[in-house]
Design a protein around this ligand. Structure first.
Ligand code: DC
Length: 223
């Protein structure tokens, strides 16, 4: 059976996950959040003392990572991704994790492990995947590719509102710095840097509502 891959790449907080979830629901595809995977590995490293002070214990992390796995939950409803059998939520979206994740995502062995897992996890059917390197590295032959951009201040405001709503005490300036730093680290790293695949449809979400961007994406997929 022919399955379809929709790749949604772009900068932090451009609306990738909200839009990818909407697309997956409308098309009855599985939604795969690959940022969740990099965040889960960062959380794992932080909570198992594989990050000490400002240093990532790379060799120990590589060994530990080879004994971890991602899987899909078998519970009813939208598929949930598990890391070592557990579903993670808001604990992966704190500023502390966001501050480490781009450094973790630069490590070659982390990327190799996760790209491998992403290809395995996508074998169960059609998928909408969001990330930074889906259309360029993970699935260069994806059926549809989108690349989302937006003004950094608007993106930081979205993240700020999201964290405040969850009760996390944060400063807007801190969030803006994190967004700008991650843009820089994600797009200048040596391995699989964030960049637009040539044939990807670029959408600037700064001035559009979720609904409007969703309609634009659906019209590309339906055409
Ligand atoms: O989408 P997100 O903000 O949750 O992603 C968190 C970080 O993970 C992001 O700053 C870079 C990294 N990432 C990556 O390098 N490749 C991906 N496919 C997805 C995320």
């Amino acid at each position: 059976m022919k399955t379809t891959v929709i790749a949604v790449d772009g900068f932090a907080s451009t609306g990738k996950s909200t839009l990818s979830k909407r697309l997956a629901k409308a098309l009855d595809f599985t939604y795969m959040d690959t940022g969740y995977m990099y965040r889960a590995v960062s959380y794992f490293a932080l909570t198992t003392d594989l990050i000490q002070g400002d240093v990532i214990q790379e060799q120990a992390l590589e060994v530990a990572l080879s004994e971890t796995s991602f899987s899909w939950s078998t519970a009813a409803g939208p598929k949930q991704m598990l890391f070592n059998g557990k579903a993670y939520g808001d604990e992966l979206r704190t500023l502390a994790i966001s501050s480490w994740v781009s450094r973790i995502a630069q490590l070659g062995f982390v990327r190799e492990h996760l790209v491998n897992q992403q290809r395995i996890l996508s074998q169960l059917g059609s998928v909408v995947m969001d990330g930074r390197d889906i259309g360029t590295v993970v699935f260069p032959n994806a059926d549809f590719k989108f690349f989302l951009i937006a003004d950094p201040k608007v993106r930081a405001q979205r993240r700020f509102d999201e964290l405040q709503a969850k009760g996390e005490e944060v400063l807007f300036e801190e969030i803006l710095k994190n967004v700008v730093d991650r843009d820089h680290q994600d797009s200048t790293r040596a391995i699989s840097p964030l960049r637009k695949a040539e044939e990807a449809v670029e959408i600037d979400t700064t001035l559009f509502s979720v609904e409007e961007v969703f309609e634009q994406m659906m019209s590309v997929v339906k055409a």
